[in-house]
Design a protein around this ligand. Structure first.
Ligand code: DX5
Ligand code: ZN
Length: 230
């Protein structure tokens, strides 16, 4: 199966919330592909972030896909609210819902692309009976809850194994990674088979978004072994 084009998805968790509209506009103008939208409920994770009203507020100014990462428990009611607010991709943690199948089906029924998120210690067996239905597999490379943590290197091996499963499925499933992704590790992450890269503090923490996105793209191409015109 041909490799999917790389996607850079800045996480607005590290954006300046006092200027959120401007921040998402600027990061997309800087060349980012998706907006990653982290939803935390102070229950599934020990932090509290943003709800569907915020998604609704930025939706008209964001032409790019919005990737909603639900760190909430339970998930189904939030799936309804965020798909109605305009999410394009919705991912959730399988241990946070009693019926994984039903939650995946609900996302698809509401017109968004469904995906599962695996924490660093969550086994790949979670994927056993859903490979025909997921559009995205998101591997956490930090424990969820906070931006600015360090990348856990064992997740590279996990990514290689998920890549094998995706190839075996014959489906164009995106392999996404989230947590501690930086310019200086993104090439080895790409080499492990990841095609969709969430980055919060590496982009929003920096003065030159376009410079970081450009450097990330060059490093991703290097990791994939692509030849690029400079
Ligand atoms: C962590 C969130 C991430 C976070 C990544 O629970 O899911 O999306 O914003 O932030 P960085 O890139 O700073 O690790
Ligand atoms: Zn996230």
């Amino acid at each position: 199966m041909p490799a999917l084009s790389p996607v850079i998805a800045p996480s607005i968790l590290s954006a300046d919330f006092a200027r959120l509209g401007e921040e998402v506009t600027n990061v997309l103008a800087a060349g980012a592909d998706w907006i990653h939208f982290d939803v935390m409920d102070n229950h599934y994770v020990p932090n509290l972030t943003i709800g569907p009203l915020v998604l609704q507020a930025i939706r008209p100014i964001v032409k790019a896909p919005i990737d909603v990462h639900l760190m909430v428990e339970p998930v189904d009611r939030m799936i309804e609210m965020f798909t109605e607010a305009g999410a394009d991709v919705v991912t959730f943690h399988p241990e946070a819902t009693p019926h994984v199948d039903r939650s995946l089906d609900l996302i698809a029924k509401k017109g968004a692309k469904p995906g599962l998120v695996l924490n660093p210690a969550t086994p790949l067996s979670m994927l056993d009976w859903v490979m025909d239905r997921v559009e995205v597999i998101l591997l956490m490379s930090v424990n969820p809850g906070f931006g600015g943590q360090s990348f856990l290197p064992h997740v590279l091996e996990k990514a290689r194994r998920v890549r094998e499963r995706i190839e075996a499925s014959g489906r164009a499933i995106r392999l996404e990674i989230d947590g501690g992704v930086k310019v200086d590790n993104i090439s080895e992450i790409a080499a492990a088979g990841v095609d969709t890269f969430v980055a919060g503090s590496a982009i929003f923490g920096k003065p030159d978004y376009a410079g970081v996105v450009r450097a990330m793209r060059a490093e991703i191409a290097r990791g994939r072994g692509d030849t690029v015109a400079i």
